[in-house]
Design a protein around this ligand. Structure first.
Ligand code: GDP
Length: 289
């Protein structure tokens, strides 16, 4: 995984000291803030770690590093990162603001599922942007999945979603991934549209996952923009993209705690294989070093 997430660069000075001093705590605070944990989590972590250090009477910065790892793992343990895809077909609805990496994520996820023996159909229910449909078609081809496209520009997105699930059933596809629009300026309309898409799908099959895609490089501001989805779209999991380009690994914990929704996938590049499941202990290991 990308070393850019790592705190250890910022913490190098801290670990070179022989004992834990006030400067150690300053370095740790700076490293956590720089990594985008946000002020609240940073303060809570520092407070908890200060208490740990006092209680256990340790003064070696290496012990502090181990304790930081443990504290982070403990917080991640509250959330289950597993994708729930037992239904056949398993229907995955993918939502998010334009530009966050929704279509790219669908392409990568389709590829991952196909590589694991699944038969996948993707549905282009972002019907207002011809370019979005073409982009999804290119990804579907690369991933080896089928695609259901709108018959004309501006077709009712819910009808494309319906046809996608219908095609999955007719052709025994095991997985069905549906792309949706992310136009921010029509928030009310967009949420109504998503509601309709969900109702129409549920007439044929339960929805296994509603994944909200978030861009790590936009940080908390991106979460603010996506709040309407969190409040109205019944999100079951988060996908955080563009972690490769940012040193903002702490965003992962901050966003999960802010929304109360587990991170299920992370995107770390523009290539088709640059998507992985989220494994907290691997992530913490990378982050803290
Ligand atoms: P959408 O509008 O949400 O469907 O976003 P796109 O899938 O079109 O992606 C927008 C841009 O982000 C494209 O240039 C993608 O190549 C890029 N992108 C998507 N995911 C990642 C990622 O994990 N890392 C990086 N570096 N770029 C990404």
């Amino acid at each position: 995984m990308a070393a850019k997430w790592s705190l250890s660069g910022a913490l190098r000075g801290m670990f070179q000291r022989e004992t834990i001093t006030e400067e150690t705590w300053d370095d740790l605070e700076t490293a956590l803030i720089m990594a985008d944990f946000g002020p609240d989590i940073t303060e809570q972590l520092i407070e908890a770690l200060r208490a740990d250090v006092d209680r256990l009477m340790v003064d070696d910065p290496k012990d502090l590093k181990r304790m930081l790892r443990e504290r982070l793992e403990e917080r991640f343990a509250e959330y289950d990162p597993t994708l729930s895809l037992q239904e056949r077909p398993a229907v995955i609805l993918v939502v998010g603001v334009n530009g966050v990496g929704k279509t790219t994520t669908i392409g990568k996820l389709a590829r991952f599922l196909v590589a694991n023996g699944q038969s996948v159909v993707v549905g282009a229910a972002d019907t207002f942007r011809a370019a979005a449909v073409e982009q999804l078609a290119t990804w579907a081809q690369r991933a080896g999945s089928a695609i259901v496209r709108p018959e004309r520009e501006g077709q009712d997105p819910a009808s494309v979603a319906f046809q996608t699930v219908e095609a999955a059933k007719a052709h025994d596809h095991t997985m069905c991934i549906i792309d949706t629009a992310g136009r921010l300026h029509t928030k009310g309309g967009l949420m109504d549209e998503l509601g309709k898409i969900k109702r129409v799908i549920e007439k044929q099959a339960p929805i296994s996952e509603v994944l909200l895609v978030l861009d790590a490089t936009t940080g908390q501001n991106g979460v603010n923009q996506a709040m309407a989805f969190i409040e109205h779209a019944g999100i079951t999991g988060l996908v955080v993209t563009k972690l490769d380009g940012s040193a903002k690994g702490g965003f992962i914990l901050a966003v999960q705690e802010r929304t109360g929704i587990p991170i299920k996938l992370i995107g770390q590049g523009e290539g088709i294989d640059d998507l992985t499941g989220f494994t907290p202990h691997v992530f913490v290991e990378q982050l803290v070093g």
